[in-house]
Ligand binder design. Structure first.
Ligand code: KIV
Length: 308
């Protein structure tokens, strides 16, 4: 973090790397749902990552990531809960706004947490509205099957771009006895494809398919006309999302489709240990705040003779 007195600049090497990054070059900003539709028309695959804070969002926008998901995985990754069902609505709205402030030109997708949209349609609409106004979200994501089509329709009618999350639905993990893949039987696979088609018809702006075999996502892509983001659903999907902390090697466990490609835990440990040493040995560098000679004398003299 920076403060006005100790402002630090982006390391020059990183600035150079970011501007040379070919992944960044062709993305028109701001990224909107129309930008994503154009990616799909042109057959350009797009990346999506979870993000839960403004600082990280700023770096991910610099890197050229077009879509950030403020997932309810924040319950686990940020708040330390054992499952996504514990995500408080107000906290996720606040985190969504933080991400959008950090990455104002990136499409920000907000996850609607457990029980913020399942119990009552009017409440679901109002909560989706809060994500868009207080949370500055560009789209909201809900974990659904075809029985939620009437809700998706009402949200779309109200002007809410809905991402319909199908396949594995972590908010149902208590019901199913844990996390797992979906669509490994022909019957289940057919049901998922039918869900996708129904939800598109209801007005979903995008689909997110989690933890299914390749063939299922292939069929969903073939049978629908909206962008499909995969999360462990194979390469047929137009976009791909994983939890950022999994990708960066910061998680103690990650699903097999989200293997780390960087190991940031190591430099983090090293930096924290270096800081411990610096504090213990009082090696803090030159102190930035000084008193004038006159003030110092005055301070010393009065401190000796007066109580505060
Ligand atoms: O909450 C989340 O992070 C998600 C993705 C893993 C798809 O829903």
């Amino acid at each position: 973090m920076t403060s006005p007195a100790t402002e630090s600049k982006t390391p020059p090497q990183l600035e150079r790397d970011a501007t040379q990054d070919s992944a960044k070059r062709d993305i028109p900003r701001p990224v909107t749902v129309r930008t994503i539709a154009r990616f799909v028309e042109r057959g350009e695959k797009f990346a999506c990552l979870t993000c839960y804070d403004a600082t990280t969002a700023r770096w991910l926008e610099r890197a050229g990531v077009p879509v950030l998901l403020v997932g309810d995985t924040a319950a686990e990754v940020i708040l330390g809960y054992p499952s996504t069902i514990f995500m408080p609505l107000d906290v996720l709205i606040a985190l969504t706004a933080a991400v959008k402030r950090g990455a104002p030109n990136t499409l920000v997708m907000a996850d609607m947490p457990f029980m913020s949209y399942q119990a009552d349609e009017a409440e679901a609409l109002r909560n989706a509205g809060r994500f868009m106004t207080e949370g500055l979200a560009d789209t909201v994501k809900i974990e659904v099957d075809r029985t939620f089509a009437p809700l998706v329709e009402k949200m779309a009618r109200a002007g809410v771009p809905v991402v319909a999350h199908i396949g594995a639905r972590p908010q149902q993990s208590k019901l199913r006895g844990g996390y797992g893949s979906v669509g490994r039987t022909a019957e289940e696979a057919r049901r998922l494809v039918a869900d996708a088609v129904t939800l598109e018809k209801a007005g979903a702006t995008m689909l997110l398919v989690e933890a299914t075999p390749d063939e299922v996502a292939q069929q969903i892509v073939a049978k629908t006309h909206i962008p499909v983001i995969g999360c462990g659903a194979g390469t047929a999907c137009h976009g791909q999302v994983v939890v950022l902390q999994d990708l960066l090697g910061l998680s103690d466990w990650q699903p097999s489709f989200a293997r780390p490609i960087a190991w940031l835990g190591e430099p983090l440990l090293a930096a924290a240990r270096q800081w411990i040493g610096m504090v213990r040995e009082s090696r803090l560098g030159e102190h930035p705040y000084h008193m004038s000679e006159q003030e110092r004398k005055d301070f010393a003299a009065r401190s000796l003779h007066q109580s505060p």
